[in-house]
Design a protein around this ligand. Structure first.
Ligand code: T4K
Length: 400
């Protein structure tokens, strides 16, 4: 460890006067946003496939080089609609190391999510462990591009094809990312994005489905609008998955600043890498710089035997300094209800998921965080590890 760094924790005042959050929204050009909102109000067209939603869809299709982009109110409803449009039923294989929405979107429709373990090197669904979970009831696989690092799309497509399963990707983290030079949005039967406020690219609330399948796109369009085909003709069971014009305005404004958001995330990520390089027991998740990434997550794996502090102890130290770091996907979907009761023995199949959920720590980034903040966070981590026994005692005495 670099012993010239300051030992600055356990002081009376937190290192940051204001909290630094994971998931602080990025805001684009306010004037452009307000001008569009005024235009929307002048036009009195607020939702139902308005001109801003249509503009957003065309812009995203161009950006991702995908045939169809269908904007939605959020990614959870988008997942539910995509699952229904693909006629999935019975069982669908998914990772447990994901946001609970991936599992709920299936269970909501009484489809059983079958949890598969992840590859500890990639944090994504491990293709080597999928086939042993396939039964006569299996109809699909949902891969999740965790942290925006793409799944092994080729291996998953081969398995899906061999077993005649549908393949869907939860791309909530992967907007703006590529694999083999091709944009996420083009893989599997459909991909689903989230534009929630906490994502680096946001529409307040929002999401989108992308596909290169014309018939599927037409079906999804019907389903997200109650099944209406024309003014008063319902041809299919549907729901309300529509994106509002205000959300499309926010998304279009975010799109204009997207390169800046990514540049800031990348710079912060590089500063974190430099700042944590000499800290034992902390491994930063890296991105493949030969591809396009959004760098929206700064993820650290904590090896307690080297840091002398558990992941949760480190989080307590960071919170006391107003750095609102977070566990992610803890404790894993299979250890939450209703899945915990449905599959009491799931843990036996998911050792890598459980180990990962116990060691992952996510640190703040985005445009609300600058490189000086990142350096200070590095100093806090350094001090915590260097003072591990004192930090432990402090925590035992009831310190935050
Ligand atoms: N699939 C995956 C893999 C996902 O990660 C997600 C969503 C989905 C599907 C479903 O997408 P959506 O249906 O949401 O479009 C957040 C988000 O609500 C959720 O969108 C996201 N993943 C998930 C990973 O994180 P929470 O419960 O952690 O949110 P919350 O309210 O605790 O906010 C997190 C932090 O962000 C707070 O500490 C403060 C900060 N924050 C949040 C908001 C909303 C702000 O500073 N400003 C804000 O406006 O779920």
């Amino acid at each position: 460890m670099n012993n010239t760094r300051p030992l600055a924790i356990l002081g009376a005042a937190p290192a940051f006067a204001e909290p630094l959050y994971v998931g602080r929204p990025n805001i684009g050009d306010r004037e452009r946003l307000m001008a569009r909102l005024n235009d929307m109000l002048d036009r009195r067209w607020l939702t139902n496939n308005g001109p801003y939603v249509q503009e957003l869809e065309r812009e995203l299709e161009k950006m991702m080089s995908v045939k169809h982009c269908i904007a939605m109110c959020n990614a959870t409803i988008a997942l539910e609609i995509a699952i229904r449009a693909l006629e999935l039923k019975g069982e669908v294989i998914i990772p447990s190391f994901t946001f609970i929405a991936t599992a709920h979107a299936l269970q909501w429709q009484e489809i059983t999510p079958v949890f598969c373990d992840v590859d500890p090197a990639t944090h994504n669904l491990d293709p080597r462990r999928i086939e042993e979970l396939i039964t006569p009831r299996t109809t699909g696989i949902i891969g999740v591009h965790v942290w925006g690092r793409p799944c092994d799309t080729t291996a998953l497509a081969e398995i899906a094809q061999r077993h005649q399963l549908k393949l869907l990707f939860d791309a909530a983290h992967a907007f703006g990312c590529t694999t083999d030079g091709r944009h996420i949005g083009n893989f599997g039967d459909v991909e689903v994005f989230s534009f929630h406020a906490t994502k680096f690219f946001n529409a307040f609330e929002g999401g989108a489905v992308t596909t290169n399948d014309d018939a599927l796109a037409a079906k999804i369009r019907l389903m997200k609008n109650f099944g209406f085909s024309g003014y008063d003709n319902v041809v299919y069971i549907g729901t309300n998955g529509k994106m509002s014009e205000a959300s499309a305005v926010m998304a279009l404004t975010s799109l204009e600043s997207m390169d800046n958001f990514i540049a800031t995330n990348r710079a912060n990520h590089e500063t974190y890498v430099a700042s944590c390089a000499d800290l034992p027991g902390l491994k930063l998740v890296r991105y493949d710089d030969s591809e396009r990434n959004n760098y929206q997550y700064v993820v650290v794996e904590v090896n307690e035997s080297q840091t002398g502090l558990s992941r949760d102890e480190l989080i307590r130290v960071l919170h006391a300094e107003n750095v609102i770091a977070r566990r992610y996907f803890y404790p894993g979907c299979h250890r939450m209800e209703p899945y915990r009761s449905f599959f009491p023995h799931a843990r036996l199949l998911l050792p890598d998921t459980e180990a990962l959920a116990d060691r992952v720590l996510v640190l703040p980034t985005g445009t609300a965080v600058n490189s000086r903040d990142v350096d200070s966070i590095g100093d806090i981590l350094y001090s915590a590890i260097a003072n591990a026994p004192a930090v432990r005692t402090h925590a035992e005495r009831g310190g935050k």
